[in-house]
Ligand binder design. Sequence first.
Ligand SMILES: Cc1cc2nc3c(=O)[nH]c(=O)nc-3n(C[C@H](O)[C@H](O)[C@H](O)COP(=O)(O)OP(=O)(O)OC[C@H]3O[C@@H](n4cnc5c(N)ncnc54)[C@H](O)[C@@H]3O)c2cc1C
Length: 342
Amino acid sequence: MAPDITIVGQGICGSLLSWALMQRGLTVRVYDTGSHLSATAAASGIINPITGKRYVKSWRIDDLIPVAERTYAAMGQALSIQVYTPMPIYKLLGSVREQNDWSARTTDYAYQQYLSDTILHTLNKDWLLNDFGAFAIQGGGIVHTPSFLARYRDYLRDKEALCEESLTHEQALGLKGRVIFCDGYRSAREGLFTSLPWQIVKGEYLLIRMKDFYDDRIVGGDTTISPAGQPGLWYAGATYQWHYETTAPTQQYREEVIESLHQMLRIPFEVVHHGTGVRPSTRYRRPFIGFHPQHAHIGIFNGMGTKGMSLAPYWAERFASHIVTGEELPAEVALPGSLPVL
Ligand SMILES: Cc1cc2nc3c(=O)[nH]c(=O)nc-3n(C[C@H](O)[C@H](O)[C@H](O)COP(=O)(O)OP(=O)(O)OC[C@H]3O[C@@H](n4cnc5c(N)ncnc54)[C@H](O)[C@@H]3O)c2cc1C
């Protein structure tokens, strides 16, 4: 029997949307071969409420984090794993000016829940160079993406809701019922949604082995170091490449991450893996959500850019409510009124 909704792709978007739809009583079928490049599988999984050099709150973060925490907890219970671990993020400061910028931010009431710790910390100086100290960001954490993707795939398979095949946009046009593309950067390359304002960004990262390092926090400096979910392993990266010739790992960016690590660490590390992914980012840093204006049964849930872990749970809920109850989607994420017809 045809499902209510067909979903193409089982990254964070396809996983969270299929979950939100099933929670509302709809039947789904998720297509994914598992062989395409997946941004989610490459991600460190960090949710960070305060980003950038100016320490600014991420877009809608006050709404996103409670939904992410609630959704990942519920999914963790269904999958019998811990999907998300709340964890502080320690940002290394590089100058007195950065110390002053951070200090000024702590006085802003809108930032209190994330910057309630107003102490300038000194991290372990045997491990890290931190002459100007570090500050702590609360409210973030890590989604354990490899185990989450694998267990949720098993969950879908058990429910006979997984189809381990590829589905193109052209094939989708011939299917009955609604089809929603959650196929990451591939929708920027082919099919019905290529004319949307994409700005895809490749990322390269390393998994490194160290004898001792923090496994209870994320450390941000020249690069970001976070626990990789296995004893003795940390994730380092990732890079941002707007122009690239290959989606494969490159020596140039391996060296870039290694150089950043040398700027931060006083301890030796061994590189055990070098991986890549392509972020489905968008020019205006807003997701693409909705149905094609000319092919009303073909939809897209995509464009989460660098922040899929925090954006996908909230927007999956909003999109699922839109599908089930007709609740309006905000104009900033909804699709434009005209798109090419295949
Ligand atoms: C190196 C790196 C580090 C990152 N770190 C973070 C981070 O710490 N925190 C954060 O929030 N975000 C991070 N991101 C961004 C995050 O990974 C993305 O926002 C998010 O994963 C996008 O999810 P998605 O489901 O849209 O796409 P994807 O994860 O790419 O999933 C798309 C899926 O579609 C499948 N697919 C494609 N075409 C077809 C087809 N024709 N038929 C069937 N299936 C198909 C693919 O196999 C894949 O499984 C990072 C990204 C990269 C690359």
